[in-house]
Write a protein that binds this ligand. Structure first.
Ligand code: COA
Length: 262
């Protein structure tokens, strides 16, 4: 159902229910949350790739399960939705960079997974959409993650029409960052992003991710103290000191020596 493969320092989390295009069920969701929680705390993991096995990345919520939720009480329904939201939050706030490797369908909650990742890379044939309204529901739980990527204006159009769109349009609205022609190129670009991340300081990478969330949640005025504190901590950090020293002495920084000897 979920494969977690760690080839240090890269972890690959692969949704593995290809018969239903990796639709997210009440069994799969806690496994994804648990995998990201565990990987977040591992020093020997520096980047995570989220992908789907089979024809698709993820076809959103498992509609057999969604249909069954009608039998839940309101309290059960709310708690159930919170469990789903926690999965997206765990991915978004993971201190390791997360790359979405997207092919086939990335619909509903699957498009939400892409939005929760840091970098989205898709083949041009990948199909996106917030199709919930076609099913009489709404993209509620994923909306904070999606709106922070594509903005409220675009979200209004795509949430209302429920239309499906290809990778080029997804890149155009900022849901993903890169489009490639075929799956070989998809893996090559994912690998290239991994290489870039591995030459960056792990502490700085985690802090850079936090910086974006922190600034996005503040006004320009209230950002002042937040960003001043963030850079002060980064300058004084062990990796900040080691990285600047290495540059000035024309040496490799220690995180490259340690985990990326190439
Ligand atoms: N939940 C449960 N089952 C799903 C599913 C979902 N979200 N998406 C696809 N499946 C199942 C289909 O019911 C079908 O099951 P079956 O083999 O028992 O008939 C199987 O996956 C294959 O789907 P199919 O539609 O025949 O394949 P396809 O290649 O023609 O199309 C999709 C694949 C993903 C594009 C299409 O199934 C689809 O649009 N799914 C709905 C996605 C959606 O709207 N998700 C948002 C949910 S909020």
């Amino acid at each position: 159902m979920l494969k977690v493969d760690v080839q240090k320092p890269v972890a690959r989390v692969t949704l593995d229910k290809p018969d239903i295009h990796n639709a997210l069920s009440d069994e799969l969701i806690p496994l994804v949350t648990q995998a990201f929680t565990e990987l977040a705390s591992r020093d020997d993991v520096r980047v995570i790739v989220l992908a789907g096995n089979g024809k698709s990345f993820c076809a959103g919520a498992d509609l057999n399960w969604m249909k069954r939720t009608a039998e839940y009480s309101r309290e059960q329904n709310v708690e159930d939705a919170r469990t789903i939201a926690r999965m997206y939050l765990t991915i978004a706030k993971c201190p390791k960079p997360v790359i979405a490797r997207v092919h086939g369908a990335a619909l509903g909650g699957g498009a939400g997974l892409v939005a929760a990742c840091d970098i989205g890379i898709a083949v041009e044939s990948a199909q996106f959409g917030f199709t919930e309204v076609k099913l009489g529901i709404i993209p509620a739980v994923i909306s904070p993650f999606v709106i922070s990527r594509i903005g409220p204006g675009r979200a209004r159009e795509y949430f209302i029409t429920g239309e499906r769109f290809l990778a080029a349009a997804a890149a155009n609205i900022g849901l993903i960052q890169h489009v490639v022609a075929h799956e070989l190129a998809l893996d090559a670009l994912v690998d290239s992003k991994i290489s870039q991340i591995l030459t960056s300081s792990p502490t700085a990478v985690a802090a850079a991710k936090e910086l974006v969330f922190g600034v996005a949640a503040r006004t320009l005025e209230t950002s002042l103290d937040f960003t001043a504190d963030a850079i002060a901590r980064a300058r004084a950090s062990a990796e900040g000191q080691a990285g600047m020293k290495a540059f000035l002495e024309r040496q490799k920084p220690p995180w490259i020596e340690k985990t990326n000897p190439k």
